[in-house]
Design a protein. Structure first.
Length: 316
């Protein structure tokens, strides 16, 4: 029997979707790819495949899950299976350098960034960037990995050569211009089947929480803003959100064969929009969705069901 196959490495992030699939009586199977094999002598099963592999998998002890997923996706694509977030989506998930170059190619502005491998090269990158304040972050990231804010080269040097330096899993550290926001928040835009669903205002006054569904906070000063705490909800869906950037985001997703994503941007003090992150294994905040009466996992489950029905069998 054909079904929906969910490719992932974190059950805590997947249960919200499987609950919705069960609610809609959609047959599904989870492929938890922390380990496994890919038999190239056989054809994959019939069905719709949804890739939710995360760039931060190594922080949960699943160091090679992305590499295994890459092999699985190549196998599925070779056999012509329908995949939500295939190989190109995974490539962008695993590299902010690839994200930024793809965003720029789509006419979307990103913060000035230099990639570096090697501690001395990190220092040289910051010197070359030539700005008064800048941040570091990991190229293969998620969860705000390696994100630190600096106001001087000396401060960066002390960090890089000190005991708290966080080595990136792929060896690539990014030096990025710090974008100071007029207010302590960023905006996260959610897309399903390539179409805009809603925008979320994310309060960053107590730290920059990258993941709506996980405790990913870093107890330090980091990108993009760090101000005084507020009593407002950390995540709020913005009613009637309209920005021209949405059309560019949808075009970008189509160009890069990405069906499901969360894209994050920040407003600068002069009102410019800087896009700095594309999450292809996006999660949704339950409290924000309940307050707004919008449920993206339900929407996604319906889209997967519709695609399964269209290609294989009618599900009642």
């Amino acid at each position: 029997m054909s079904k929906v196959y969910i490719i992932h490495e974190n059950s805590e992030w997947t249960t919200h979707l499987t609950n919705r699939l069960e609610e809609l009586q959609v047959p599904y199977e989870e492929w938890h790819l922390d380990q496994g094999l890919v038999d190239l002598t056989e054809a994959p099963p019939e069905g719709i495949f949804y890739n939710r592999m995360s760039a931060s998998s190594h922080t949960r002890g699943h160091r090679y899950a992305p590499e295994l997923t890459s092999s699985v996706l190549a196998w599925l694509e070779h056999h012509g299976r329908t995949i939500f977030n295939g190989s190109n989506a995974l490539r962008l998930e695993l590299s902010k350098v690839l994200q930024y170059t793809a965003l720029n190619a789509a006419g979307i502005q990103t913060p000035d960034t230099i990639a570096a491998v090697g501690k001395e090269q990190i220092i040289k990158a910051a010197e070359k960037l030539g700005v008064s304040s800048f941040i570091t972050k990991h190229n293969r990231a998620g969860k705000g990995l390696g994100v630190q804010l600096f106001y001087s080269i000396d401060g960066l040097r002390n960090y890089v050569y000190g005991p708290t330096f966080d080595e990136p899993v792929d060896g690539v550290t990014l030096i990025q211009k710090y974008i100071k926001a007029p207010e302590p928040f960023i905006t996260r835009c959610e897309f399903i089947n390539g179409n805009f669903q809603y925008a979320v205002k994310v309060d960053t006054s107590e730290g920059f929480e990258l993941c709506p569904a996980d405790a990913c906070q870093i107890d330090d000063l980091f990108c993009p803003v760090g101000e005084q705490p507020t009593s407002s909800p950390k995540f709020q869906i913005i009613q009637g959100f309209k920005e021209p950037i949405i059309e560019k985001y949808e075009a970008f997703l189509k160009q890069n064969q990405i069906k499901v994503a969360g894209i994050e941007f920040i407003y600068s003090e002069d009102g410019e929009i800087y896009t700095y992150d594309v999450n292809t294994n996006t999660n949704y905040n339950a409290d924000a969705e309940k307050a707004a009466g919008q449920y993206n996992m339900l929407t996604l489950a319906k889209v997967l069901k519709e695609e399964l029905n269209k290609q294989y069998v009618e599900i009642r």
